[in-house]
Design a protein around this ligand. Structure first.
Ligand code: IMP
Length: 175
């Protein structure tokens, strides 16, 4: 079957680029000039956001990755999340920023914040490209949000449906 890109564009590439630069500026402004920042990103959906975000940062940055999944979807109803890949290095004394693609129910992020906070970072903040507040099941703090959206299934800019569409430079609605 021929490949067809989704045409129902929710957020064009230029708007995403502009907003990500603003988020990088806000993050930089919130830390002292000499603070080295450690970005912890969740595979795979956040990889494009992370790439653009760190390239707009005005200071030293280090990166690490983790992967979570999936009892069926990304979490089950009790909020249990399975850790598929842990970080390569510790977080003690570091200024850590979790980078996520989207906060939906909030269960994944609540779990990540809890286990990362237990590792003794100097500070822990969270940046999410997208938030769907109407779907929230747990109250989770997100310090930097790119866009707040309605309850629609979105793809592109790292987000997938069945591993498709991650490469699109814009965000599109699939349903
Ligand atoms: P939460 O634990 O319900 O907040 O789930 C967040 C995860 O669900 C994200 O990291 C995505 O992997 C996935 N997800 C939620 N909504 C969407 C969407 O609209 N498109 C693609 N993935 C989504």
């Amino acid at each position: 079957m021929a490949y067809e890109a989704p045409k129902n564009i929710l957020i064009p590439a230029e708007d995403i680029q502009r907003r990500v630069r603003e988020l990088a500026f806000e993050i930089g402004r919130d830390y002292a000039d000499d603070a080295q920042l450690h970005f912890v990103s969740v595979l795979k959906g956040a990889f494009v956001f992370l790439g653009d975000l760190v390239r707009s940062m005005d200071r030293g940055v280090s990166l690490d990755f983790m992967a979570v999944s999936s009892y069926g979807k990304s979490v089950n109803s009790s909020g249990e999340v399975r850790l598929l890949k842990d970080l390569d290095s510790g977080l003690e004394g570091r200024n850590v920023i979790i980078v996520e693609d989207i906060v939906d129910t909030g269960l994944t992020l609540a779990y990540l914040q809890e286990i990362l906070r237990a590792r003794g970072p100097k500070s822990l903040r969270t940046a999410c490209l997208l938030s769907k507040p109407s779907r929230r099941k747990v109250d989770v703090k997100v310090d930097y949000i790119g866009f707040t959206i309605e309850d629609r299934f979105v793809v592109g800019y790292g987000l997938d449906y069945a591993e498709q569409y991650r490469h699109l430079p814009y965000l599109a609605v699939l349903d």
